[in-house]
Design a protein around this ligand. Structure first.
Ligand SMILES: [Ca+2]
Length: 274
């Protein structure tokens, strides 16, 4: 009975905080910040509020018990494959989530990611968050500016994009750090759409296992090409985010990703102490 009461209290507390939908803030998930939104996928199915979004080419995006980071379950992008490297169009399996109103212009994120068996050469998005253009009342997904964390040419990458489609001209930053295979990694990101008194939103920042990534390669991508970088429009409030895996070019090797202990907040969330 004592256990039930404690559980009930915990659930009430969580409901009040409007935070972690399941499992709750804990050292295990590194999500003690009551303002953070956390997902450990321990429902064993798609958590409340997330809806299926992209579904192109082969593979599945599901919550299953094949490889959890913590607990029993994780989000699993399973056997994604389709298209050809070097050609536009690739497997995309994603879910999206509407952020609470007045989320603000600064979004910190954290997710544990496991990738196997090979590093894609193609652009493989893992997470993005979007916000209305300055002065715009439009909230439709395809009208929003956005930040993205991804991999490209087998290395970590981050991008600032104008609305998609087309999503470019975009400001691309490619790291000198190869995508880690066959082990859990802690990815953190900072999307600072406010950037203080600066005229534009900040470039995205990303950390791998607590170490900030460098971006020796930065460029504008557009089709047709341009050398004029996009103006990174400032944010008032992030409104929606998307996760899963989204390949913008083909993927010929069937590849699996797992994502667990996903969290976003207005402050840095951090990784497990271990
Ligand atoms: Ca889990």
């Amino acid at each position: 009975m004592r256990i039930r009461i404690d559980l009930l209290s915990a659930m009430l507390l969580l409901g009040f905080a409007g935070a972690c939908a399941h499992g709750g803030p804990s050292a295990a998930t590194g999500c003690e910040d009551s303002e953070a939104l956390c997902w450990d996928f321990e429902e064993g199915t798609l958590p409340a509020g997330w809806t299926a979004y992209r579904d192109e080419f082969s593979g599945q995006l599901l919550v299953d018990d094949t490889r959890p980071h913590q607990g029993r379950y994780a989000l699993h992008a399973k056997q994604l494959v389709g298209g050809k490297e070097g050609e536009q169009g690739g497997p995309k399996k994603t879910i999206r989530f509407e952020l609470p109103a007045q989320f603000g212009p600064v979004l910190w994120g954290r997710a544990y990611v496991y990738t196997t068996p090979a590093r894609p050469v193609s652009h493989a998005g893992l997470f993005n968050a979007r916000y209305p253009r300055p002065g715009s009342a439009d909230r439709a997904f395809d009208t929003l500016d956005w930040y993205e964390v991804a991999t490209y040419q087998q290395k970590y990458m981050s991008i600032w994009h104008p609305p998609e489609p087309p999503g470019f001209p975009e400001w691309v930053q490619v790291s000198d750090t190869p995508l880690v295979l066959d082990e859990w990694t802690c990815l953190e990101w900072l999307f600072d759409g406010d950037n203080g008194t600066q005229p534009e939103a900040a470039e995205p920042r990303v950390w791998l296992n607590g170490v900030e990534l460098n971006w020796p390669e930065k460029f504008v991508f557009s089709d047709p090409p341009t050398t004029t970088p996009p103006v990174r429009e400032k944010a008032s409030h992030f409104t929606v985010m998307e996760t899963g895996v989204f390949l913008y070019q083909g993927l010929s090797v069937p590849t699996d990703w797992w994502i667990d202990d996903l969290a976003v907040g207005k402050q840095r969330i951090g990784c497990d102490p271990d």
